[in-house]
Ligand binder design. Sequence first.
Ligand code: URA
Length: 269
Amino acid sequence: MTYQGFELDAETALALLDWQLEMGVDVPMLDAPVDRFDLPARVVPELPPAQVRAATPALPGLDDDLSARLAQAEALAAGAASLEALAAAQESFDGIELKKGARNFCFADGNPKARVLVLGEAPGDEEDRQGRPFVGRAGQLLDRMFAAIGLARDAVDAERALYIVNVLTWRPPGNRDPSPDEIAVSLPFLRRHIELAAPEVIVLMGNIPCQAALEKRGILRLRGHWVQAFGRPALPMAHPAYLLRNPAAKREAWGDLLSLAARLESLSV
Ligand code: URA
């Protein structure tokens, strides 16, 4: 079988389909409708015998390379005893290609002692320029949203503060979604980051944090339902960039913010 000029065996084709499912593809669609009653007769290719398939190496080198990068990320993260040490360790880590194309390392913003940690996706253009998460248009909306329940990233009092972190610390080019490998090598740092900051609750802002923390996508189904993530109560919410494009969804986001405020209240008593 060939795909866009490349030879593709059945196992690789299935692996590609699995990967698409993991990325959230649930409905295969073409640009134009297909009349399936009027398709030419299909030739079903014969699969090679099982022993030949088993002997076919799957993308040689890739898995070893990823395991080595993961092991290095785990070791660096585990060795960091403070947030400052973790930031230095993560910035020094070269096992993520995005580092080469980004302008600035984007570790966190706000008050690390805050009760609430907001987990976003990845730096965009403005965040990449400033080296701080959520400082573009979506970030400005995020600030207004949390201000409505009395929380702010610049609050000194931990009760009223926010701590803001992204799954990725380097900007993906063109704001594309991070790849599963990029998320995987960022996770050891993120886990340690959350351990060291020790927030009481986490807000999972959008699909990528849900993918990283829960291995689930589908934020519009997940939002508003409390879950456990990184060993703490977590609330998935629609990303402010989505709310900018779909203002009607702000009503539900307001409901989610009220749910967060109520949870904080109940944890304080
Ligand atoms: N979107 C995010 O998820 N994080 C940012 O820092 C900016 C935009």
